[in-house]
Design a protein around this ligand. Structure first.
Ligand code: GLA
Length: 749
């Protein structure tokens, strides 16, 4: 996995067993980009790049840079923009000064990032660049991992001069690809329909995504995925760019007239400006590039493995996650202690391991109009307090978890009445409410200290095993009361730093508590938060069919172990749809399973079915949460590339996960049709030389369908090359949303 430097050509070659990343010191001292792709041998590659001696008499030369500024002849979007306080000038030309190569990876101060547990897992290159006239230095960090086809980059700007500098833009990375023959995939959406997948060819000009909401947002997830036009799920080249950040970000691509595609990702410079005094430094968030030539599944697996093992932290990173029951959709705000105890008891009897008390347990909160900020027990609903309730729940043989929304305050709250200035606002202006609430300014240390002290009191004062950390609005009227006018551009990033500080302090103080992030569902489901909370609530949409699409989109980047997935009641509260319990369960199995309903409403049959689901999930959850995941058939029309006038499999979605000798395939029929055509579902990720025992699990809702045919001992080659046989008994009329699981066990030779 070495990183080498060839003095004669000035080339740096970063590589692991599968991919290479090459850059070099250009003739004028700037860093140029040479190559990113399949691994090349150790050698100098002079033909991969053109010489570049500077822009003088060469303006607009199609050069590929590593960290370009503007103002000197490169007219594309730049990696950094700045202004010197005294002169007002905005040009810096960072040139190579030196470098270091070492085993392992350093932490980024104040920011979550990927890491190593052993220095042998990764190698890091630090390249020092300096702008001679100003003394401004840029340190570019590159870490290449031995076991993942991933390259982590970030930038540190150090003011080594005598003038204050205003950083108006400091991207985490910039990357100039030699051609634009790619499709760009982004994950966009809105509340309850997060992770919608867009896939369109790159075109000349400017395209990208950004957030100005204070959080990454349900509208845009901070990732860009490129695939070659012929790349599918299993084959072909794909390149990913994922930003480890939870605030305002930008990720974009500019295709220029020379067909160079410039990718950038970092803090959104539209809402950013950072004052850098002489001697001070600024670290950007980390951006993680991933590369694969095994299609989008191959690319996703790089992110899944790296993020699950070396971004998520703490004891819960590797632990099997508990099956939980959350009361939100079961009761909303309307509950009593007796009702909660009844739900917890029933959850325990069903086999759940954790009961989660959601919103409404504190202050005088009987609806969403009051009490955020007042983190003491609701005197009517919890007359004996959180501790007494948690102890009673635990005494029933199930663990207890609690919902909080630390960053928020309602105007109708004791906290707001005591500290109206703590809520983000511009003095003298109207304060916009969203869900009747304001945002606390997490950029102010006294607010973070207050939250830490109040929340650690609650969490430490009761037997709490799990915290759901919510964040239910975006930031308006951005303004830092503690910041002078020339530093207001720091407001949003300081918010994120304060948030990370609080997350770090609470998760550090309570390492055994499982933290699940949430932001009205998936509005802050990003790699930054994953660095603190190993799982997150993916979406408030719990409809099984919708969830197929949401989980599929999220799985482009995020591992199954990070996805909270719940079974809820029908008619579904978000869509009104009726779907079988087995369908809802088998969708939620591919993630961290929970139930979000009132178990007292179950019929005897449903109770039996849920017991069987939980028992089944527990027996296989390591495979569901930690297995190698494959998207086999998409629920999104046309995504899997199925051709033909009326293809039967276009009515299906299918997923698969493989761990050790076990594999599980989930098959989901969407809308059914009469007189169906049989079809083959080809599996992936098996050992072609091995034999597998194939069994079927249908959750007990339906008659057996394909059980007899597919059951038995099958070769890995047969299962991958020919596939399982589906829809061979057209006499069966299951209706819509039929689902079944195939369980594969690899036999010992
Ligand atoms: C958000 C969350 C839900 C629930 C409610 C409570 O919408 O996404 O899961 O916790 O808040 O108010």
């Amino acid at each position: 996995m070495p990183i080498t430097f060839d003095k004669s050509t000035g080339q740096f070659h970063l590589r692991n067993g599968n991919f290479s990343y090459i850059m070099r010191i250009l003739e004028n001292g700037c860093m140029g980009h040479v190559y990113l792709g399949a691994r090349l041998r150790e050698a100098a590659y002079p033909l991969l790049d053109i010489p570049f001696g500077g822009f003088s008499n060469n303006i607009q030369t199609p050069t590929r840079f590593e960290y370009p500024g503007g103002g000197n002849g490169d007219f594309r979007q730049s990696a950094f923009d700045l202004r010197f306080a005294h002169s007002g000038a905005g040009l810096a030309e960072p040139c190579y000064k030196g470098h270091r190569i070492y085993g392992g990876k350093k932490a980024i101060p104040g920011l979550p990032a990927t890491y190593c547990e052993d220095d042998a897992e990764a190698e890091t290159l630090e390249v020092d660049l300096e702008d001679g006239p100003s003394g401004l230095r840029f340190r570019l960090y590159y870490t290449v991992f031995r076991d993942y086809n991933c390259l982590a980059r970030h930038t540190c700007v150090i003011n080594g001069g005598t003038d204050t500098v205003y950083l108006e833009n400091t991207m985490s990375l910039s990357l100039d690809l030699p051609d634009s023959r790619w499709n760009l995939i982004t994950l966009t959406g809105a509340w309850a329909r997060e992770f919608e997948l867009n896939d369109a060819p790159l075109r000349v000009g400017f395209q990208g995504i950004a957030s100005r909401r204070g959080v990454s947002g349900a509208q845009t997830n901070p990732a860009l995925i490129l695939r070659r036009p012929m790349t599918g799920e299993h084959e072909g080249e794909a390149l990913g760019l994922s930003l480890v950040y939870s605030g305002n970000f930008k990720a974009d691509i500019e295709v220029d007239q020379s067909d160079i595609a410039r990718l950038r990702a970092g803090i959104n410079n539209d809402t950013f400006c950072w004052e850098l005094k002489p001697g001070a430094s600024f670290d950007t968030p980390e951006a993680v590039l991933a590369w694969s030539r095994q299609g989008l599944n191959g690319l996703s697996r790089q992110y899944h493995e790296l993020y699950r093992r070396r971004l998520a932290r703490g004891p819960w990173r590797d632990r099997e996650r508990p099956v939980l029951l959350n009361n939100w959709e079961g009761t909303y705000f309307n509950f009593t202690e007796a009702k909660i105890l009844e739900m917890a008891q029933k959850a325990r009897n069903l086999g759940a391991e954790l009961f989660v008390l959601d919103d409404g347990w504190f202050g005088r909160r009987d609806d969403d109009r009051s009490s955020l900020g007042d983190w003491y027990p609701h005197p009517v609903k919890l007359p004996q307090g959180v501790k007494a309730l948690a102890e009673k729940v635990c005494a029933q043989g199930i663990k207890f978890g609690l919902w909080i929304e630390p960053e928020m305050v309602n105007p109708d709250s004791d906290l707001f009445r005591a500290h109206p200035d703590w809520a983000v606002h511009i003095p003298g202006r109207f304060r916009t409410e969203q869900r009747n609430q304001y945002v606390l300014d997490m950029g102010r240390p006294e607010i973070v200290d207050h939250l830490f002290s109040v929340l650690s009191g609650i969490i430490g004062g009761a037997p709490i095993s799990y915290i759901k950390w919510d964040m239910n609005r975006y930031i308006t009227e951005p303004f830092g009361l503690g910041l002078p006018p020339e530093r207001q551009g720091e407001f949003f990033h300081r918010y994120v730093l304060g948030l990370y500080d609080l997350y770090g302090r609470l998760t550090g103080a309570f390492p055994d508590i499982l933290f699940e992030s949430c932001s009205s569902g998936g509005a802050r489901f990003d790699p930054g938060i994953l660095g603190f909370a190993p799982q997150g609530w993916l979406s408030d949409d719990t409809d099984g069919l919708e969830r197929l699409a949401i989980q599929e989109g999220a799985s482009l980047v995020y591992p199954l172990s990070s996805m909270g997935a719940h079974v809820s009641a029908v008619p579904n509260h978000q869509t009104g749809r009726l779907s079988p319990l087995s369908f809802r369960g088998m969708t939620a199995f591919f993630g961290c399973l929970g139930y979000e309903l009132d178990p007292a409403q179950f019929s005897t049959e449903e109770e039996g079915a849920v017991k069987r689901q939980i028992e089944f999930y527990k027996a296989h959850r390591r495979c569901f949460q930690q297995g190698r995941f494959y998207r086999l058939l998409s629920s999104l029309p046309g995504r899997t590339g199925i051709n033909g006038p009326y293809p039967q499999e276009a009515r299906y979605a299918a997923w698969m996960t493989v761990l050790g000798s076990e594999a599980i395939v989930g098959v989901y029929k969407l809308l059914t049709n009469p007189n169906r055509r049989p079809f083959r579902l080809k599996l992936a990720g098996l050992d072609p030389a091995a034999q597998y025992r194939v069994d079927v699990w249908d959750g007990g809702d339906f008659e057996e369908e394909d059980r007899r045919l597919n059951r038995g001992i099958r070769g890995g080659d047969e299962l991958m090359q020919a596939g399982l046989l589906l829809e061979c008994n057209t006499a069966l009329r299951h209706g819509d949303f039929f689902s079944e699981l195939f369980i594969l066990e690899q036999l010992k030779n």
